[in-house]
Design a protein around this ligand. Sequence first.
Ligand code: MRU
Length: 355
Amino acid sequence: MPVDTIHWEGDRPGFARIIDQTLLPTELKILDLKTVDDMFDAIKRLAVRGAPAIGVAAGYGVLLGIQGHANGSADDVFGRTKETCAWLARARPTAVNLFWALERMAARAARDYGAKKNGREIVDGLFDEAHTIWREDREICRKIGAVGADLLKDGDTVLTHCNAGALATADYGTALAPIYVARDQGKTLRVFADETRPLLQGARLTAWELHEAKIDVTLITDNMAGRVMFEGKIDAVFVGADRIAKNGDTANKIGTYSVAVLAREHGIPFYVCAPLSTFDTKIAHGDEIPIEERGADEITQGFGKRTAPLGVKVYNPAFDVTPARFIRGIITEVGIIERPNTARVEEALRRGGRL
Ligand code: MRU
């Protein structure tokens, strides 16, 4: 494992231990989150981020909210579970894994409550569910890695945007998993990492974790992606996803759409790597995906240095949507959805038990 992004520490009462990703790459600080508000705050300020990691964090956030109530009645525990889920759902709007994990936790509590279990047994079930989400995420990363690694030849160079690596999941990541698995298979690969304005997840996180893992990584600013493609340096683009509509339209970090358009122009295959939990089975098209807007100061004085005039108008959407027609394939734990459309996505979701 390159890094330990998030895990549960101790038994009960226990706490969630995360890497504070706001401080990387200059400081590797471990944070112990002991209350549901600690978890809410960590998700909101991106101390833990990346769609699958946010899903794991949501499960653990529910545990933090209910673990002190195991001696309460079934009504008490069930009511608190619903309240905790409703609160955590307000932390961030775009990554659907947050809502997927909270719905899964709430459904588990509802099932056990309906089966007339007592408060302690409902809490037991929630611990089991949250740990299962974490364990499954690890297994899924490896599966995505294995599927994606088959697309990579020894000597290939991959361009990626934002961070969809180990820091965004509980294991090898999604877009970076094929790189790690290919490396484990003995292939030598190179990665170009877009720095990913404005919060620099590419520079601060992707460059850091690949460098730590001794994988050949070259950092570029976002506006250099076209140039390196034009120079013939890129064999494939691998990115992650925050929410995928049923037709394959994919929301990911702002700037992903531009990379996809550039890749199309240069004949470079553009792949999205994501677990089935990142598909929103309730929406047909990407234009239904809620896009998080963040504060102006991320653009006007990122990391403390003012780089724009005081009072200038700013627009700061944190994600964009890449239409399915730009996507060569979506690499999931059940295989590749080639040239995604509604029928192919639904077929994969059915195979993975999500429809
Ligand atoms: O705002 P962030 O850092 O949470 O955005 C993360 C991304 O856009 C990732 O590419 C996405 O969540 C996939 S992570 C495997």
